[in-house]
Design a protein around this ligand. Structure first.
Ligand SMILES: Cc1ncc(C[n+]2csc(CCOP(=O)(O)OP(=O)(O)O)c2C)c(N)n1
Ligand code: SF4
Length: 253
């Protein structure tokens, strides 16, 4: 029989703990494919955060550190500064990056740390039961906003645009994995973020709009429709900063 698809070498052949239809797994595969294609596997250190992806270290055939409570960018900074030749990326949810660890990510970007941050934005705290996060859409019902998110909880903010403004950021983009075309696009964006680090250009990040069928209380198909209809209306996809071309041409120091 002809094999037309296989596992990336950087992805571990183990049973997943993610819920059926959850797009964390899609994103893991994209990252693993890129680690293979860019030849980074043997010198990669991933940094797992809190949230459902706390177990990310089970799924990648690379070294991994676990950094609780939003401290992944700080830990990644330490690893990268101690061993600049390593390839270092964080994998964080919106609760971890945009709430618990806001200070770490903003200052890592401002300092231009040569790390890459991947944020999985499902607009809630998935692991702990679906509480509101900073990216929860207005009016959305969550475990802590039973009547829908109201003005008193603030309004959702956009991490990719925020981090694009930081002086040390070389690359910032937002994408989603709710359909095949954008899974392909996501891989292109993450490739550019990884290459920004490999080329020593500064901090890079990609925000990926993901789903959480379990805590949203819907089927995987309905969850992806929520991403396409509701989340995309508030969180535009695209590249918000890309100094890679100019930097490679020597325009940026
Ligand atoms: C400072 C701190 N407060 C609370 C927690 C408990 N906690 C563990 S996972 C989590 C939610 C993470 O949500 P998110 O980052 O959005 O990831 P998801 O599970 O949705 O993928 C929280 C609040 C914690 N680990 N640290
Ligand atoms: S709780 Fe949500 S984010 Fe977590 S694994 Fe399940 S579907 Fe995915």
């Amino acid at each position: 029989m002809k094999c037309i698809a296989g596992m990336p070498e950087s992805l571990s052949p183990v049973v997943t703990h993610y819920c059926p239809g959850c797009s964390h797994g899609v994103l893991h595969r994209i990252i693993a494919e890129l680690l293979d294609e860019l030849g980074l596997r043997e010198r990669t250190v991933g940094v797992a955060s809190v949230g459902c992806s706390v177990l990310a270290y089970n799924y990648f055939e690379t070294d991994f550190v676990q950094a609780p409570h939003g401290r992944a960018p700080a830990v990644a900074t330490g690893v990268k500064r101690a061993r600049p030749n390593l390839f270092v990326f964080t994998y964080q949810g919106d609760g971890d990056m945009a709430a618990i660890g806001t200070a770490e990510i903003i200052h890592a970007a401002a300092r231009g740390e040569r790390i890459t941050a991947i944020m999985y934005n499902n607009t809630i705290y998935g692991m702990t039961g679906g509480q509101m996060s900073p990216t929860t859409l207005m009016g959305a019902v969550t475990a802590t906003t039973p009547y829908g998110r109201q003005e008193e909880s603030g309004r959702p903010y956009r991490m990719a645009e925020l981090l694009a403004q930081m002086p040390g950021t070389a690359y910032a983009a937002r994408t989603h994995v709710a359909d095949v075309a954008n899974i392909v696009k996501t891989k292109q964006y993450i490739r550019k973020a990884f290459e920004a680090q490999v080329n020593g250009l500064g901090f890079s990040m990609v925000e990926v709009l993901g789903n959480c069928p379990t805590n949203w209380g819907v089927t995987p198909a309905e969850a992806n429709r929520y991403v396409l209809n509701d989340m995309l209306a508030y969180f535009p996809v695209g590249e918000f900063k890309d100094v890679t071309k100019e930097a490679l041409a020597g325009v940026h120091a």
